[in-house]
Ligand binder design. Structure first.
Ligand code: FAD
Ligand code: SF4
Length: 488
């Protein structure tokens, strides 16, 4: 099974996508992908750089072609491929004359998920995560979870420290090489001569493009940053975009790192006493829990899930947001986060969920358009990640199949979990007037607009009771209507 040439997609670049180091590998580079959609410039750079670095390996052939079918016509021997990560690519490989192997690059197999999901009314990440830990013996002491508890969230997720800095070194910079220079020149040429457009700013490559770089980043994270990971996982600091996050989503999604090896390194740090259980459990939960869970949900949910829009959100994404015009925004949190996406193509989870996604959901922006934007604007964005994270978790467009209530929050949440509000021209406690925080006002306007849909949800009872008590609700709704799609 799987002998002959292994065709690897640009998100299957690690050694675990081939069966042996000597197996011939086929890589296909298609420029058409960049013609069809406007990606972040740094994402285009990262993907091309990773592909071309992989092409320097032994027994690798890189074919540049307009389409995959055209490239495959140039190969005579039998070709196999690991199950791709999108429906479109899966349908393509099924149509072509290639052997399709089970997916790799995730900890759990489709059969694990199917067995777990069988007969369940509600699919909850926490239950899936515990099942996966048991199946794979991760952070387990015999039949019991290490330390006696499955979930250590109560010890994690603190607000940022008052010192406004974490005592962890940032990841060492990546040294670009001639392949990066060639990619940069080529992208400049595409922009200049071919009418191909990109989003965001170019800049030094910040994410690993080779297996060696990815392993170095993993080692550095486990040694220096993992111990503080869980504690400040949900906090945001204006002056520190990385905090103690791993920045490993991009190399894992490119297939450069196997998530199981990442988890094993983290567990080894706990077992040797180098990192506390709370941080390690929090990190392992992100990978074997969230990452694998959203991967399986992409295939489990029907294809129409990606067009779900149960809140009837139809506003277009305004151009200042879509084009990352951070300078047009006064709201300090949103401006800083948009600037982060513009300059790096990456911000961590809470800015994605509670600053970008929350703002879009409050304003009723179209969930499908937001999903497309996240996919294109982030270095780690892939279709399989979008459905559950954007359509489900961040925009609540599935009316609760992913989360029991919408991730909507006002300025009080952002104020508690960040240092943004102190330096902002708005006041998180004010909901009407010149100083009204757009998140606080937006939160109540969102509840007001959707109250009929939320009345049956017991987790929304208290927020709706709060809404009923607002004396200035009419003025607030008028104010937010007038704000419309203007940058706040
Ligand atoms: C609106 C929205 C959009 C997102 N878009 C993406 C995306 O395009 N690509 C992507 O990989 N992740 C996405 N995520 C999940 C998460 O925000 C990123 O994986 C994480 O911020 C990447 O930074 P990191 O590697 O430092 O993560 P860390 O905080 O260090 O977490 C460790 C790892 O856990 C995994 N992980 C954690 N949460 C999730 C999750 N919800 N879904 C999938 N994997 C998770 C990632 O692989 C990550 O590298 C999104 C989340 C939201 C709310
Ligand atoms: S006051 Fe409101 S807009 Fe300003 S930083 Fe705080 S949450 Fe953001």
């Amino acid at each position: 099974m799987g002998e002959g040439t292994r065709w690897v997609f640009a998100d299957q670049l690690g050694p675990h996508f081939a069966d042996a180091p000597a197996q011939p590998v086929l890589l296909i580079e298609s420029k058409a992908v960049f013609r069809r959609r406007v990606f972040h410039r740094q994402k285009a750079h990262l993907v091309l750089s990773a592909l071309r670095h992989r092409a320097t390996g032994p027994a690798v052939r890189l074919v540049r072609a307009e389409t995959y079918a055209e490239a495959l016509r140039q190969v005579d021997e039998p070709v196999s491929v690991c199950h791709p990560t999108s429906r479109k690519a899966r349908d393509l490989v099924r149509r072509l004359d290639v052997e399709v192997l089970p997916p790799r690059g995730f900890v759990t197999a489709p059969a694990d998920f199917t067995a777990w999901a069988q007969g369940r009314r509600q699919l909850r990440m926490e239950d899936f995560y515990r099942d996966a830990r048991q199946r794979h013996g991760i952070l387990m002491d015999g039949d019991e979870p290490a330390g006696g508890r499955w979930n250590l969230d109560t010890e994690n997720r603190e607000p940022p420290p008052r010192t406004r800095r974490l005592d962890v070194p940032p990841p060492p910079p990546i040294t670009e090489d001639p392949i990066d220079a060639e990619v940069r020149d080529e992208l400049d040429r595409w922009q200049r001569d071919d009418g191909i457009e990109f989003l965001g700013n170019d800049g030094p490559r910040l994410f690993p493009a080779t297996r060696a770089e990815a392993l170095a980043r993993l080692r550095h994270f486990v040694e220096h940053r993992l111990p503080l990971f869980g504690r400040y996982e949900d906090a945001m600091l204006a002056g520190d975009p990385w905090m103690a996050h791993s920045m490993l989503s991009a190399p894992m999604n490119l297939g450069l790192l196997d998530p199981l090896e990442v988890i094993h390194r983290a567990e080894a740090a706990y077992r040797s006493g180098a990192a506390p259980l709370a941080g390690v459990e929090g990190f392992v939960r992100q990978i074997i829990g969230w990452r694998d869970f959203v991967w399986h949900l992409y295939w489990h949910f029907e294809p129409a899930y990606r067009s779900a829009n149960k809140l009837g959100a139809r506003q277009p994404v305004p151009s200042w947001f879509a084009k990352l015009d951070a300078d047009a925004v006064d709201a300090r949190c949103l401006s800083d986060v948009l600037a982060g996406v513009r300059d790096r193509g990456w911000v961590h989870h809470i800015p994605r969920l509670m600053v970008l996604g929350n703002y879009a959901m409050q304003r009723g922006w179209h969930p499908g358009a937001m999903s497309d934007w996240f996919h294109r604007a982030f270095v780690d964005g892939y279709e399989w990640v979008m459905t559950a994270n954007v359509i489900g978790m961040s925009q609540y467009a599935d009316a609760g199949r992913m989360s029991t209530k919408p991730y909507a929050g006002g300025g009080a949440y952002i104020n508690r979990m960040s240092d943004y509000c102190g330096g902002c021209r708005y006041d998180p406690k004010v909901r009407v007037g010149d100083d009204a925080c757009p998140y606080t006002a937006g939160y109540w306007a969102f509840l007001e607009r959707n109250q009929a849909k939320f009345r049956g949800n017991h987790r929304m009872r208290r927020p709706l009771q709060g809404l009923d008590r607002l004396a200035d609700l009419d003025a607030l709704v008028e104010q937010e209507k007038a704000r419309g799609s203007r940058a706040p």
